[in-house]
Design a protein around this ligand. Structure first.
Ligand code: BTN
Length: 228
């Protein structure tokens, strides 16, 4: 369960970094959000454009996380985001493992990091959701926002509340994650070969077809780069 009382900042370096720094003192389910970030981070050391008008938040999970529960968390937050967007008539899908796309353009990204303290593995889940941004500059053919999709100006806090309420309904299912994912049947580049994705295993590995089936585990960071 995520806490309903969100700690809001006007400006912060990165909501993920804040939770990392204070994870020892904060409770399970704590949510930090900021109107903008000065050092927003994405996966693979990319920066995350964080101007005002979009949603930037992170939450802390204090229960001991294992590899299996990591994929379950990816399922929980990805399916939550897609369900909330769909409820607002935005037809979003998941690009494995955890990007959210609308019409092939990225609307949301998730950065999951772990921290080991006192023998507990804590998880920090950061979400950036493009809400009211209309100009993505050089990324305009790769990124979109809720406003660009349906010409409505949203109140960012309301969207976060919808996300929290949906997430707190309970764990999402692997079957729903699979149904909402676009990867199966597509070709991806892996070790310099183009291979068809046959499926996703219940523990989050990609199944690729070569001479034999190849199982690619989630923690192979190259995954982000392997899409065509
Ligand atoms: C990605 O590369 O797709 C992940 C982007 C994650 C961005 C969010 S915004 C809130 C949180 N704080 C950060 O510095 N990053 C995440």
């Amino acid at each position: 369960m995520l806490k309903k009382e969100v700690v809001y900042f006007k400006e912060i370096d990165s909501t993920n970094d804040y939770l990392k720094a204070f994870s020892g003192k904060l409770n399970h389910g704590t949510i930090i959000s900021s109107k903008k970030q000065t050092k927003g981070r994405g996966r693979s050391d990319h920066s995350w454009m964080s101007e005002e008008g979009n949603l930037y938040f992170s939450y802390l999970l204090n229960n001991d996380i294992t590899y299996d529960s990591l994929f379950q968390e990816i399922i929980n937050i990805s399916v939550t985001l897609v369900e909330v967007l769909k409820s607002l008539q935005i037809n979003a899908l998941i690009k494995y493992p955890n990007d959210i796309l609308v019409n092939g353009k990225k609307i949301s990204g998730i950065l999951i990091e772990s921290k080991k303290t006192d023998s507990l593995h804590k998880l920090i889940v950061g979400v950036g959701l493009n809400i009211n941004q209309t100009d993505f500059k050089e990324l305009s053919n790769k990124a979109t926002s809720m406003t660009l999709e349906n010409e409505i100006n949203y109140k960012v806090e309301n969207i976060l509340n919808m996300i929290i309420n949906n997430y707190n309904l309970g764990s999402k299912s692997f079957e729903d994650y699979l149904k909402l994912s676009i990867i199966v049947g597509r070709k991806i580049r892996y070790n310099n070969k183009f291979l068809v994705v046959k499926g996703i295993t219940k523990d989050g590995r990609l199944v690729l077809e070569d001479d034999d089936l190849i199982y690619v585990s989630l923690n192979e960071i190259t995954l982000e780069e392997i899409y065509e």
